[in-house]
Design a protein. Structure first.
Length: 171
C-alpha cells in the first residue's frame, strides 16, 4: 500500500473508533504453539500464519530455527517499524528508508535457573532506528520515532507490567 492508502485507511478506522469507542477493547488473535519434538515448536495463528522456533544446540535444541528470544526482538523491531511507517503516512511524510534493529543483553544463568538473582529474560534492550524522507526535517523524523515508541503495542508490553495468567489442562 502507498502511504496515501495507509493514511486513508487510518483516517477511516480512527473515525470509526472516535464514533464508537466501546468497540476499541478486543481479544487479540490466539497463538498456539505445538511441540514438534525436542525443543522445536510450530506456532499457528490467524489466516494460516505459522512460525517455528527452536532452541540452540548448546541447550539441547537443533538450532534450525530462531529462538523465542530472537522472535521477541523481531516482534519489537517489526512493531516499532510498523508504527513509524503508520505515523509517517498519517503525517504525510513519504519515507525513503526505514530500518529498525533490536538487540539485547541476557544472562543465560537466569533461564537455566542457576541464580535466583538473575532474571531469565533480557537485562537490557536496545532499539536502533535508521530513517530518511525527502523534505522532512530531522526533528520531524525524530517525532515519528518518539510517537511510534509511545504507541507500539510490543514496546508497551515489554515496558509495562502486563498481567499474565496461566491455566493448565492435564491430559
Amino acid at each position: 500500500m502507498s502511504h496515501q492508502q495507509i493514511r486513508e485507511a487510518l483516517a477511516g478506522v480512527t473515525r470509526h473508533f472516535e464514533q464508537h469507542p466501546e468497540l476499541g477493547p478486543t481479544t487479540d488473535s490466539t497463538a498456539v504453539a505445538t511441540w514438534q519434538g525436542g525443543l522445536r515448536f510450530q506456532t499457528a495463528g490467524p489466516n494460516g500464519a505459522t512460525l517455528v522456533s527452536e532452541m540452540p544446540k548448546a541447550v539441547g535444541g537443533g538450532g534450525s530455527a530462531p529462538t523465542p528470544g530472537w522472535l521477541l526482538r523481531a516482534a519489537l523491531a517489526n512493531c516499532n517499524a510498523s508504527m513509524i511507517a503508520l505515523r509517517a503516512a498519517q503525517s504525510g511524510i513519504a519515507l525513503t528508508r526505514l530500518d529498525v534493529s533490536v538487540d539485547s543483553d541476557s544472562n543465560d544463568r537466569g533461564m537455566l535457573g542457576l541464580s535466583h538473582e538473575v532474571p531469565p529474560g533480557p537485562l537490557a534492550v536496545r532499539v536502533k532506528v535508521r530513517l530518511a524522507a525527502d523534505g522532512a526535517s530531522a526533528a520531524q523524523l525524530q517525532e515519528l520515532v518518539t510517537w511510534a515508541e509511545r504507541h507500539s503495542p510490543v514496546a508497551d508490553a515489554l515496558q509495562r507490567a502486563v498481567p499474565v495468567s496461566t491455566s493448565v489442562e492435564i491430559g
